[in-house]
Design a protein around this ligand. Structure first.
Ligand SMILES: C[S@@+](CC[C@H](N)C(=O)[O-])C[C@H]1O[C@@H](n2cnc3c(N)ncnc32)[C@H](O)[C@@H]1O
Length: 220
């Protein structure tokens, strides 16, 4: 959090709120410790930075559609020593998933899909699967739609963030259940599982993991 200490009041509030309300430490355990890692919709860069500083063997790129957030993320990591993290941030248009030779070892998407609506969500997930290396891991963190009370609290907070405070870009608010996300990843040919990571949290945080097959299965 010290990295964002010089940000404006909104930036400090948002990054502190993200750190305390989202289970980033639990999420980090799901991400491979080494290799090229992409975070799509990285916002102010808190999670991407945490992934990079917890393992120097991760080469992390965070992308977002919001140029102001990427500027803030870049300023924040200016406070790191060069040997502390392999980390950079880029602005990318909505729906664009950068590709690299050999594919990404892992792509992480945390609390972005609910802003997209069904069609754009499915298109983004398909682009992520295509951009992964064979055997690469897609790590999706969202708030689940159950239990209902926790889900309502999360949905109300997001309504305030997008419509009242306008600190998050989002025209649609469409929360997919972990079961729906698992079904989408299965349709995209991935082996997948979901689990809750909300113990001790007000929001029903869940993580959905999908592994791209090592090689595509040919029809006989
Ligand atoms: C709730 S914030 C989450 C930020 C970060 N992942 C985190 O967990 O702190 C959602 C972010 O998704 C970004 N976003 C929305 N639609 C996007 C899209 N199509 N592609 C990339 N980022 C997007 C927003 O600009 C915002 O920064």
């Amino acid at each position: 959090m010290q990295l964002w200490a010089d940000a404006d009041r909104g930036g400090r509030f948002h990054t502190t709120a993200r750190w305390w309300s989202a289970p980033f430490a639990e999420l980090e355990l799901e991400v491979p410790l080494a290799g090229d890692i992409l975070e799509v919709g990285c916002g102010h860069g808190v999670l991407a930075t945490y992934l990079a500083i917890t393992s120097r063997a991760r080469r992390v790129l965070g992308i977002d559609i919001d140029a102001a957030k990427i500027t803030l993320a870049r300023e924040a990591i200016g406070g790191l020593r060069p040997d502390e993290a392999d980390l950079r941030f880029e602005v990318q248009p909505a729906g664009v998933v950068p590709t690299i030779d050999g594919g990404w070892r892992s792509i992480v998407i945390a609390d972005v899909l609910y802003l997209l609506g069904r069609e754009r969500r499915d298109a983004l997930l398909a682009a992520c699967v295509d951009a992964l290396a064979p055997g690469g891991l897609l790590v999706i963190k969202e708030v689940d739609t159950t239990p209902r009370v926790k889900a309502r609290i999360a949905q109300l907070q997001e309504l305030i963030s997008t419509r009242v405070l306008r600190i998050t870009d989002g025209h649609v608010l469409e929360f997919a259940s972990s079961d729906e996300l698992v079904a989408t990843l299965i349709d995209l040919g991935m082996s997948t599982m979901a689990k809750r990571i909300d113990h001790g949290y007000v929001h029903p945080h869940c993580v959905v993991l999908g592994t791209r097959p090592m090689r595509s299965v040919e029809a006989p």
